[in-house]
Design a protein. Structure first.
Length: 142
């Protein structure tokens, strides 16, 4: 077997995966591009195992199996992160994910009102409990 064809195919797959990681904005598509890169590495490992006789018998196939296990774990953790991102932001666009935490003195992203509604008297809400159902309970149980 000529090893050139699988090596060129693996190079094309890996290049397509790199392009997908760099250009895609959807987190699920980025994960799919990473899977393409891992499959290209598997193809190279198996091709090298069949063409190059090394000291370890079937060493490339064993490493390919480890890469498959790594890919399965990566997809599990990656999809969990994407689902949590969707729950928090209602989008899976990678461009909108903040990469740094806000500084301690920096203002928050949006206006935050606690316990009072807009336009209400600030002194009127001072002694009330804003939790749902708290008006039904006696003062001592709040």
């Amino acid at each position: 077997m000529r090893p050139v064809i699988p090596y060129v195919t693996a190079a094309l797959l890996f290049g397509l995966g790199v392009y997908g990681v760099l250009r895609r904005r959807n987190a699920v598509l980025v994960l799919m591009a990473v899977e393409l890169m891992l499959n290209a590495v598997n193809l190279i490992l198996v091709t090298a195992d069949t063409t190059v006789r090394a000291q370890l018998p079937h060493g490339g196939q064993v490493f390919a199996l480890f890469v498959i296990v790594l890919a399965a774990a990566e997809i599990g953790v990656g999809l969990a992160i994407v689902l949590q991102l969707y729950r928090l932001r209602a989008t899976v666009a990678v461009d909108e994910v903040p990469l740094t935490e806000p500084l301690p003195g920096a203002p928050l992203a949006g206006p935050v009102t606690v316990g009072a509604t807009a336009g209400a008297d600030p002194g009127a809400a001072a002694g009330t409990d804003a939790r749902p159902g708290s008006a039904d309970r006696p003062e001592g149980e709040r």
